[in-house]
Ligand binder design. Structure first.
Ligand SMILES: [Zn+2]
Length: 114
């Protein structure tokens, strides 16, 4: 349609009711993010902007999430934790020795020492 006079006035600051006198250039929303250290950051976003899932905490640099109950864990520990580190967390020392024994026996068997 070429007329275009149907939705006139919905643009921010040009409304027919004089909203532009309030001096708000664009609608903004503050979104609270929480990091694992309990800090809260609330950066402002344009109302129509995509709000990210995570925000770097300005106080400690940890990633902060929008759910204060479960803030994201630091990426570094996740990235640098090896598979064996996870295994060690789940196993007791006794389990570890049993596994080591088993591994050694297999190794010796392969070498023909058993
Ligand atoms: Zn923080």
């Amino acid at each position: 349609m070429a007329g275009g006079n149907i939705i006139r006035g919905t643009r921010v600051g040009s409304g027919p009711m004089g909203e532009n006198e309030r001096g708000q250039a664009a609608p903004r929303v503050r979104i609270a993010f929480h990091c694992a250290n309990g800090h809260e950051a609330s950066p402002a976003f344009a109302a129509d902007a995509d709000v990210p899932e995570e925000w770097d905490c300005p106080k400690c640099g940890l990633p902060a999430g929008r759910d204060s109950a479960k803030p994201p864990t630091a990426r570094t520990t996740e990235v640098y934790k090896t598979h064996i580190a996870y295994v060690r967390e789940r196993r007791t020392d006794a389990d570890g020795e049993a596994l080591l024994d088993e591994a050694l026996q297999k190794l010796r068997a392969r070498r023909g020492e058993v």
